[in-house]
Design a protein around this ligand. Structure first.
Ligand code: SF4
Ligand code: SF4
Length: 416
């Protein structure tokens, strides 16, 4: 695979006419007011690097890595400049120049490709967290996974289950009540080790919809590595998954993580046409469905057990801008019996979680989260629903931090 060269994208980067329309949509700019934090500033930085006016050194690290990759700027830009994609390419080149951090080598090369190892690491972190012996996990170096702001990461994740979701359910094929649909269930790392209630609800729903549900032995989809700029590690993870996902034993591949769904659908962009994985990645991505899409096709929903439930919805970046799933959640919520749906202002703005962004850029992520919480308060809803484990984790932290009496859950948990 060729080394990354951001100068190949010079024409695209130069399309920025400095109009500034991206400012209004950028959660980081709206929080800080700093030009370096908005698409226009980031593109100017890349242009300066390409033109040799700036060096690839640690000074450019912060402007490259404090982008949420939420994509809101592109949606507000007449030229539709894909700033988040360009930032990822620039991160890749930066890492090639300065080297990867050892913790990312451990995470992307040694843990994420192997679910069993990830489970062991998560268990060690859970034991440390749940018993207060965080020093043990810290001594093992495991907590560095959560970035430089670990102290806050410890607050953000309220509780780590000690047993992985995969270890609580039967792997392999489950019989369902559906007529003919054969489903492959892709369990993302977030559901596997943190938001397990979502996983249990999804599996029950899938068994209602599908004739069979095949719990897949997949590893991490590769999105964390890709976002970090470690494109090689991301491709390795994707190639590992492709060998499983290409099976003819299921008609659709469903995941209840909108970030995984978005990235799985994008697998073909990881492998150029000449690559041996390209065709396979196209066949696989065409069969991927976000759980929201599957729920949207359901003919009838069970009435809510609580007739007084008022619900609002947070649209994850990887669902709206990543997959174009904007109207589906609204339509589901409007059809759900016993639910009063109260739309959230700026519902598709990033919550600040952005994968592990809350762990690596705590202060900035909190400013973005506070804005989301202010909008949540205006709805008066007692349930905040979404479709991405990282959002669930971050929004749950926001609700606790702001002392709100709102429960955060996955849409599968509401619909089941
Ligand atoms: S909206 Fe697009 S063209 Fe305008 S300043 Fe932002 S990135 Fe540049
Ligand atoms: S991707 Fe999001 S955080 Fe990054 S520049 Fe665009 S709007 Fe701002």
């Amino acid at each position: 695979m060729d080394r990354t060269d951001i100068s190949k994208y010079y024409d695209e980067i130069s399309q920025c006419n400095r109009c500034g329309f991206c400012q209004v949509a950028c959660p980081i700019f709206r929080s800080t007011g700093h030009e370096a934090g908005v698409a226009r500033g980031r593109l100017a930085l890349l242009r300066a690097i390409i033109e040799g006016r700036l060096e690839w050194n640690q000074e450019v690290e912060e402007p490259l890595f404090d982008c949420l990759l939420c994509g809101a700027c592109t949606a507000n830009c007449f030229a539709a400049i894909p700033t988040s994609d360009l930032v990822i390419k620039a991160r890749a080149q930066y890492l090639e120049k300065v080297g990867r951090k050892s913790i990312h080598r451990l995470l992307f090369d040694q843990l994420l490709p192997y679910p069993r190892r990830l489970h062991l690491a998560a268990r060690a972190v859970a034991l440390g967290k749940n018993t207060g012996i965080t020093d043990l996990a810290r001594a093992l170096g495991l907590l560095k996974i959560f970035g430089r702001d670990f102290v806050h990461a410890n607050e953000i994740v309220e509780r780590f289950p000690t047993q992985a979701f995969r270890d609580q359910i039967k792997t392999g094929v489950h019989q369902g009540q559906g007529q003919s649909l054969r489903i492959g269930y892709f369990i993302g790392c977030g559901v596997d080790i943190i938001t397990q209630d979502a996983g249990h609800a999804t599996l029950r729903l899938l068994k209602k919809i599908g004739k069979t549900v095949n719990v897949l032995e997949n590893c991490c989809c590769g999105l964390p590595a890709w976002s970090y700029g470690d494109l090689k590690a991301a491709r390795k993870l994707a190639a590992r998954n492709l060998s499983i996902l290409v099976s003819e034993k299921f008609d659709v591949i469903v995941t209840d993580c909108s970030s995984c769904a978005s990235f799985l659908k994008n697998y073909p962009q990881l492998f150029p046409e000449a690559d041996k994985h390209h065709e396979k990645s196209q066949a696989v991505s065409a069969r991927v469905k976000d759980m929201v899409q599957l729920i949207h096709t359901m003919q009838a929903y069970a009435p809510s057990s609580d007739s007084a439930v008022t619900v609002t919805y947070h649209h994850p970046c990887h669902a709206t801008r990543g997959q174009g799933l904007a109207k589906e959640p609204d339509e589901i919520l409007n059809r759900l019996p016993g639910v009063e749906y109260r739309p959230l202002l700026e519902a598709d703005w990033c919550c600040g979680g952005a994968g592990s962004y809350g762990f690596s850029h705590y202060e900035l992520s909190q400013q973005v989260l506070d804005r989301k919480m202010d909008n949540l308060k205006k709805t008066g809803a007692n349930l905040l629903v979404t479709s991405c484990p990282a959002c669930i984790m971050h929004l749950s932290y926001g609700v606790r931090k702001h002392g709100l009496n709102t429960k955060v859950c996955h849409i599968s948990e509401l619909v089941i």
